[in-house]
Write a protein that binds this ligand. Sequence first.
Ligand SMILES: [Zn+2]
Length: 179
Amino acid sequence: MHSVVLLALIAYRFDAPVSRHVVDAMQEETTRILERAGIEFQWWDRNSPIPMPEASQIYVLGFHGHCGPISSADSVHAPLAVTHVVDGEVLPFSDVDCDQIRATARNAFGFPRDLAKREEAFGRALARVAAHELVHSITKSAAHGRRGVARAAFTQDDLTADEFSLAPEDVDRVRDCFR
Ligand SMILES: [Zn+2]
């Protein structure tokens, strides 16, 4: 049995300058979550020149607000992210709200004291939200799973736990879309 891989070019952009630790952790955790479903990533920061495209699909991710662990934010009960849908069709465009993620995680990113570690933890939280939206875009479906990264709503724990992954049934659902 040969394994089929979807090579996805992620065209991402942060509204404001962001720590390298956040970006690296976001990319690593997104890869970790979705590689089990057969997705490989090529990353393109849209503030830099486009790389030689190798991918068959492009997905656009925008990160808005303050994308770092430092200041606190008030919850306004807005979604953590949204993937755009037009006329019932799920598009490969997602917007992630960093302020809302910090608010949902409350003060969890205040620890540990090491700033780089906090930035990595914040980057992992971004990745979990981004991976959730990418599941919508890759499967072209608004459906949610019952547990794990594809669940409809995330808790503080989901964002900050050491481990948070796609449930096996959702791994299969993603794979079935492109094999
Ligand atoms: Zn969703």
